[in-house]
Design a protein around this ligand. Structure first.
Ligand SMILES: *Cc1c(COP(=O)(O)O)cnc(C)c1O
Length: 407
């Protein structure tokens, strides 16, 4: 990360590292901006506005003549530390944060498109992203085409037409479909499209879309970044020209701002994210392998398994399988419900990336908004469940799954 992102303040100035720091160090330190009190932890600026020493200073601030915070809808010191830290971890020029992941998804596209523009997206998508692209934006004259995640021929065909934005969710929620980020980015750039990757399932730890050629990375920070079930948040990361010139002018006036309190919670979360997510990933890998050995289960979808149909692409773009498994049971919705109801540790809940292991029945909850045909196209049948593996001891989780399968 760049030296500027350390942002030390006058009170306890120390020489900045003159070497390229590790992302775990950035996760603890980047963006730190101490007040005159020299506090250890990041300061929480729970304020909506800021004051000026004179009317002239207010004028200068509003005309960008001076570097002064104006209003927390535009920016806030605590929120800014979170954004700088996230950008340093991701290796992005800029980050902008949001009140939720969906606020980030909507803004990522709305700041780019106008009536008559076209979006190409992967067909297997989180249901709210699907609604934004196929229902909300079309009301304003934006057209779309959905493409099977791993079908490069179909991407090539779709991207032979003028396209403003490409939206990729890889791995997809809940069945871990994979899109080749590098190949699709190359195709998209030939027609001048901006490539946005929903990197929620991989987390910043296991996949780096900007290095693979994408232009923008999207996070629901509600998931692994907080990872402890406390706050909703979202973020977009990318270049100066995307974040500062296209996105920020849109968000300043539409107001999907992250609260300073939630940014402060997330700063603490970032310090431990890599450790949490790495541990959860190790447990998920073991559980996925265990599930594959069980005869009650028809298929296990996990990017860390050699049996994944897109294992070759996964090897090129991911460094770990992540913390979520798509499981299809032999049998019906009744069998899936019976299994979920028999669990003693794993909670029934629709979040993911949490320190508590959670299980979801997508077709009746997170994806119920989509028609049965659209669900079927994503492979979401009534016998599919999604398991998000947390930080409990893996032996207890396997015992829990084992006793639930037996019942
Ligand atoms: C949860 C999720 C979102 C939306 O994020 P929120 O913080 O819930 O608004 C978007 N994409 C994916 C893949 C998700 O899992």
């Amino acid at each position: 990360m760049s030296k500027e992102s350390w942002g030390y303040q006058p009170r306890n100035q120390r020489p900045e590292p003159d070497w390229e720091t590790n992302s775990q160090t950035d996760a603890v330190r980047a963006g730190l901006s101490r007040t005159g009190f020299g506090e250890t932890s990041e300061a929480l600026f729970l304020t909506s506005g800021f004051t000026y020493s004179s009317a002239q200073e207010a004028l200068d601030s509003f005309t960008d003549q001076t570097d002064h915070f104006l209003y927390s809808r535009f920016h806030n010191p605590t929120v800014e530390v979170f954004e700088k830290r996230l950008a340093a971890i991701e290796g992005a020029e800029y980050a902008h944060s949001f009140s939720s992941g969906m606020a980030a998804v909507f803004a990522s596209l709305a700041c780019l498109v106008e009536a008559g523009d076209h979006i190409v997206a992967s067909a297997a998508m989180f249901s709210s992203c699907h609604v934004v692209i196929t229902e909300i934006l079309p009301k304003w004259g934006v057209t779309y085409e959905l493409v099977k995640a791993n079908d490069l021929g179909a991407w090539e065909k779709a991207l032979s037409k003028p396209t403003k934005a490409v939206f990729i969710e890889t791995p997809s929620n809940p069945l871990m479909e994979i899109t080749d980020i590098r190949a699709v980015s190359e195709l998209a750039h030939k027609v001048g499209a901006t490539v946005i990757v929903d990197n929620v399932m991989a987390s910043p730890i296991f996949q780096r879309p900007l290095e693979l050629g994408a232009d923008v990375v999207m996070y629901s920070a509600t998931k692994h970044i907080d990872g402890q079930g406390r706050v909703l948040a979202g973020a977009l990361l990318g270049s100066f020209s995307y974040i500062q010139e296209k996105l920020v002018p849109f968000t300043r006036h539409t107001g999907p701002s992250l609260s300073a309190f939630n940014a402060w919670v997330l700063l603490k979360s970032l310090e431990t994210m890599e450790m949490r997510v790495t541990q959860m990933n190790a447990s998920t890998q073991k559980i996925a392998e265990y599930l594959e050995s069980r005869s009650e289960i028809k298929s296990v979808r996990y990017p860390g398994l050699a049996s994944h149909p897109d294992a070759a692409v996964i090897k090129k773009q991911m460094t770990g399988g992540g913390t979520t498994i798509g499981i299809e049971f032999k049998g019906s919705q009744k069998d899936a419900f019976k299994f979920m109801d028999s669990l003693r540790i794993i909670d029934i809940s629709n979040n993911l990336g949490d320190s508590k292991s959670l299980i979801t029945h997508p077709s009746s909850t997170t994806h119920r908004r989509l028609s049965p045909e659209v669900q079927a196209g994503m492979g979401i049948t009534p016998s599919v469940v999604r398991l998000s593996v947390g930080l409990e001891h893996v032996d207890d989780l396997i015992k829990d799954i084992d006793q639930a399968l037996k019942s």
